[in-house]
Write a new protein. Sequence first.
Length: 347
Amino acid sequence: MSMVDRLANIDRRWIFLMMGLAVAVPIIYIGITGKTLPEQPTPLAQAAFDELDKLPPGSRILLAWDFDPASEGELGPMATSFVRQCCQRGHRMYFLTLWPVGTQMIQKTASLVIDGFYPDLEYGTDWVDLGFKAGNEAVIKTIATDFGQMFPNDSRGTPIESIPMMDGIVSISSFDAIVNVSAGYPGSKEWVLYAATPYKKPLLVGCTGVQAPQMYPYVPLQVQGLLGAIKGAAEYESVVNAWVRRDTVETLLEEAGVDGADAGTLTKDFFDDPEKLKSWLAEPAAGGLTEAKRASLVQAVQGVEPGIFLEAQRRMGPQLVAHLLMIALILAGNAVYFVTRRRGGAR
């Protein structure tokens, strides 16, 4: 029996086995090594990062978490990376949701990122959880002109007058940018129609794959950055992670007394060649660093990224291998079809 005949009569269980291995092997490999496949950010993912990065520290960012646990696989990593960038940049974060279970998503993101990696940030001064309000787009229409009418208290029942960072928040116009992570209605489209468009506020959107095509027409006028599904999340995640590492190294170098421009040059050198970091730490210029900061510097350059900030890239590995297998099977199937048809025609 020829190879073509074998492929034409292959037991489908072999196909199931190959697909199972295509998914399982990348998961096991990434889990053991902590290494992920490199991501090249698209202009939309890079624009989302740039929009938050260009705002000065202390800017007011409204974060609307309009999703639930069912879509967390796609949207959770986006939410995590948005918050990480805001924390690292020093922005003030105002969380709210138009979905009843969105409160759980806010609490989970805050617990994982803020409590876990930025414990110095103070509730009420650096971030606040305003919780859920029913009413769908009516909520957006109301806070567009009177924020306190819809949110007189935070999710803990504290009056907003008692929360320092709520001072001066009167409407949508009080915020410097809006970030919406959305799984459907109400969500991104409503924030475009009733907040970003009429009040000319920068809007960054992270949404599910089926929702992304509906948002493309709003780019770049109403939506400045768009992350679609887990692919968009992985691209943005990789950009944020790389920037956080560089920013951490530059900050530590400046604390050691290195000039800002020189700190940027050294940072690039360290990431290009980690051996240069060891040489620099032995120089007198590194004398201003404590042992703890030395360890932090080495970790930022050479250490493994915490798993919470790699979730999207980890999930892209199995997708990539499985998709390549599917393409190979389709090509093989078509080749077998045409060869067997040719044989039939010759007979």
